[in-house]
Write a new protein. Sequence first.
Lengths: 226, 311
Amino acid sequence: MLDTTRPIETPEGIELSLRVAGPIVRAIAWCLDFGIRMIIYIILLFLVSSLGDFGIGLLLVSIFLLEWFYPILFEVYRYGATPGKRAMKIKVLHESGAPVNWSGAMIRNLLRTIDFLPFFYGFGLVTMIINKDFKRIGDLAANTVVVYEEEIIPVKKDRAWMDESPLMPITLSLEEQQAIINFADRAQHLPEERLIDLANIVTPLTGKTGKPAIKTLYQFANGLIG
Amino acid sequence: MKQRTFEDKHQQQWEALEQDQDIAQFPRRYRQICQHLALARDRHYTPHLITRLNRLVLHGHQHLYQAHSHPISQFIKFLSVDFPQRVREESRLVVVSSLLFFGSLLIMFLGVQIKPDLIFSLMNIEQVLDMEAMYNPNADHIGHNRESDSDFLMFGFYIRNNISIGFQTFASGIIFGLGTIFFLVFNGLYLGCVAGHLTQIGYTVPFYSFVAGHSALELIAIVLAGVAGLKLGLALIAPGRLTRLDALQQAAVHSMLLVYGVIIMLLLAAFIEAFWSSNTAIDPIIKYIVGGIMWIVILAYFTLVGRHRAT
């Protein structure tokens, strides 16, 4: 299946799924970080301009730190995300799903110089495209993966269809039961015409068409979920 | 169990985990939720619930398994055991890297003695004149002390320049070691060229008294960056029983220890170069002695320190 979810297994024996981030969103995050670094350079330039040679020395040290350690420090101390990555809601994780550690962040960011060759992330892009987790060379060597930040979704307490009086349909297979519950769960995100279309497919089950069919499906869902 | 009963029963636990209330309860709660996720999957509850539990577990997983470090004790252990041990473990690559670097340095040095024009194969005329002006024993600035402000400027310059070279030497090793070999040989030839030319025209005292202090740290650091890079390349060329990817990942973690050491050595070298080497008020003899002691201390450090077994 063409899919960007990546399963990982935790020590508890649970399989988790992560969604890996592709080249475009990572490129945008990189551009944001680049912009932030540029702004810091300009501010520093203003600050040190009155300090003479000492200021230039300070500037050179800051350039060195920003060049190499900006991504490393953010990835280690800010939960795997530089400000650019945070804005794009992506972050770096170790392949085990654990947060990236010092050596992981160092490896992936020092090898950035190689990903950048021969010009503007040429090697990096090619490598990302030919492996299934969109890893650039640095990610391969560091065993890291860039994934979408998953926010905890609140539990749906106010399911509109929950008010319907529960009704048990005739014996259905597990997949059919799931389809009905998913239909009810997703109903509020769909336009009414589409709901009617979908409900009409199962007329043989409900014995109705149009809006009454939707209502019956809600009742079934309610009965099935308990 | 129907989904709604399941949700009602465990809702409180999930919310407690979400809010991270009680740190002592966290591992137990986390493991319970792992179990809930497995159950929810097995019982084919709605995707919404499964996604929610998946994310809760994911957050808990990252919270529980994040690396906790004790930076100061780790740093002491690194310097007193891990770093010299790691260098000794890689002794064969240390030899290869040293031969590449010091070998090309020596060849160029001798080459320039025999055929002075060889310098123009690596430098253009302006660079040569700049370099000569810098170490001219008769020049004005030699007698004067540099302002401490410009010392700091040079400190910044050395840090940026030298550590970047170290990083490049390491990182380019991933191109089957070729990049590392290029940087080692090129930097060796370049230094050989500078030293050879300045020796040949007789500017020995200003040049050697300048480089004596930091030479041990800087040159050995470049060799070690080379070792780290060659290790990456070697993992790809000869992965042994592992897959190339596994071998690379292992080699990368191992060579990181060397890279940390290289950073520390180059920071020290930049400090010495900016504030000690450049100080012309110090007698060259003292600088040579200090430089010699540095070489002995550093070679002794790598051969002797951290030999005891960790208890």
